[in-house]
Design a protein around this ligand. Structure first.
Ligand code: URA
Length: 490
């Protein structure tokens, strides 16, 4: 049996026909849904309300006999799925409706292939609606009589224009605008929405002065030091580029990014324009003040201005990991990515450490990872924030925060990654190469300290030296993992 839906997004029409089919007990494999004007297919009068959700459902005796309710979420799913371009979507929706009525277990099977397919279609429609909201670019057009209208050309993947139009009417309520698409056009005159048939690409208005301004703006906010093409393509899929004026800049800006970034590295430092004022100035707590919780420690370290670097960083980065671990690994200070994410060892040095631990079969989650200095110290070169090694002043100012962290976390042993950590943990200058690879027992709290290289020291090595240094570093870490032998009684 062929059933025709003249308007492909007419949910009411679909429901009426589906109700009749259900009432007549026509199974989905005997129905073929088609759409648009054409030959064949039956037109239905809407009979009793055989398919409804909510209190309006099954109001007549006949309806109650044949039409159990469907979950309200199914109706929401239909609203989205019907906008999908796939010609099979109506067959799928009727099949799901039939199955919901005849297979009660379907409601409890989230992995059912039909349900998953419908959800995928609904998500694709939702994504397309979101992209239309983000990527419609209006151009100002002067009309006869001097009035201005804002006109945009957009090519959606699905039939979303009607469903998305109210959003644009709310957002641009004061403007007269039109959005032209190949499938449907919509116009807003300040009072009401008007829909018209689709337009040809040649109706796309030519660029206006606003476009040049937008491109200049885009060029200026483009940061070559943060070029992430894969992420950009995920957020701004290539299929939308042809209608985005700024897309023409992506290739030249990306091609020049590395050279511009290098110039920034080589340029003299620029003075930061913005200094973050803490809500409340905390001084470093006096020695002997008992720490209360890691959350409080994080908040206090965030507001610390005992040295100048806290005012420029995004946030303090305290450690993470389990309490009472066998090991606490201590690095120097957060880098650019740690500063932005608020987590230690997530940037290149962290990735190298992850690789080493993975090779040793030492789960990262089993250790507590911290830093001697809690704020990112950097020098600004254009838009690049270049890491600067923390000086003694910063390390000293931060030492009480690390001491508090150790008190709260209670690790059995400490592993210093690099000289800054070793100096903070041992309270004296440490020559890493001379003192690496053995347990040092000098701390007043009795915790043994193992000293080894910081992962960024390996990243800085010339290629030929790296394999051997890597092997030695792995051996250091492996022995640190074994732990310190218990002290013998004197
Ligand atoms: N280097 C460190 O010492 N710590 C981090 O968290 C990242 C890089």
């Amino acid at each position: 049996m062929q059933v025709r839906l003249i308007d492909p997004i007419d949910l009411e029409g679909f429901r009426q026909r589906a109700r009749r089919l259900l009432a007549a007990r026509v199974p989905p494999q005997e129905v073929h849904w088609c759409e648009g004007a054409g030959e064949g297919g039956f037109e239905a009068d809407a009979p009793d309300d055989l398919w409804a959700s909510g209190p309006a459902a099954a109001t007549t005796a006949a309806a109650r006999d044949v039409a159990p309710r469907v979950p309200a979420a199914f109706l929401d799913l239909c609203r989205r799925v019907i906008l999908h371009r796939d010609p099979q979507r109506l067959d799928l929706l009727y099949r799901l409706l039939w199955r919901l009525v005849h297979e009660p277990a379907l409601r409890h099977d989230p992995l059912d292939a039909d349900r998953l397919l419908a959800q995928r279609m609904a998500r694709a429609v939702g994504r397309d609606m979101h992209k239309m909201r983000a990527f419609v670019r209006f151009t100002t057009v002067q009309e006869e009589g001097g009035a201005t209208r804002h006109v945009a050309w957009f090519e959606p993947e699905h039939r979303i224009v009607e469903a998305n139009a109210p959003f644009f009417a709310r957002r641009f309520a004061q403007m007269r605008w039109a959005i032209l698409t190949p499938q449907r056009c919509v116009a807003w005159d300040g009072q009401a929405l008007r829909f018209e048939p689709g337009a040809d690409r040649s109706a796309k208005p030519p660029p206006d002065a606003g476009e040049a301004l937008w491109l200049t703006y885009y060029e200026h906010i483009f940061n070559p030091a943060r070029l992430k093409l894969a992420m950009m393509r995920r957020e701004m899929p290539v299929r939308y580029w042809k209608n985005l004026p700024e897309a023409a800049l992506i290739a030249p800006l990306s091609a020049a990014a590395q050279a511009r970034s290098q110039q920034m590295i080589e340029a003299p430092a620029t003075a930061p324009r913005r200094i973050r004022a803490p809500q409340q100035i905390h001084v470093v707590p006096a020695a002997g003040v008992a720490p209360v919780s890691l959350d409080e420690l994080r908040a206090a370290a965030h507001a610390c201005r005992a040295c100048p670097i806290g005012a420029l960083a995004t946030q303090a980065v305290c450690g993470e990991g389990p309490l009472a671990p066998a090991h606490m690994l201590v690095g120097e200070q957060p880098g650019d990515q740690e500063d932005l994410s608020g987590r230690p060892f997530v940037g290149p040095a962290g990735q190298l450490l992850d690789r080493a631990m993975a090779e040793l079969g030492w789960p990262r989650e089993s250790v507590y990872l911290a830093n001697a200095v809690k704020h990112f110290k950097f020098e600004l070169r254009g838009k690049r924030r270049m890491h600067k090694t923390a000086g003694q002043r910063e390390a000293l100012a931060c030492a009480p925060w690390l001491a508090q962290e150790i008190d709260l976390v209670q690790p059995q042993a400490l592993v210093a990654l690099g000289a800054t950590a070793a100096r903070t943990l041992l309270g004296r200058p440490v020559a890493v190469q001379a003192e690496r690879g053995r347990w040092l027992r000098e701390r007043a709290d009795g915790r043994p300290v193992w000293v080894t290289l910081h992962p960024s020291a390996l990243l800085r090595l010339p290629d030929p030296e790296r394999p051997q240094a890597w092997r030695q570093w792995l051996a250091d870490l492996a022995r640190a993992r074994e732990g310190a032998a218990p002290l013998q009684p004197a």
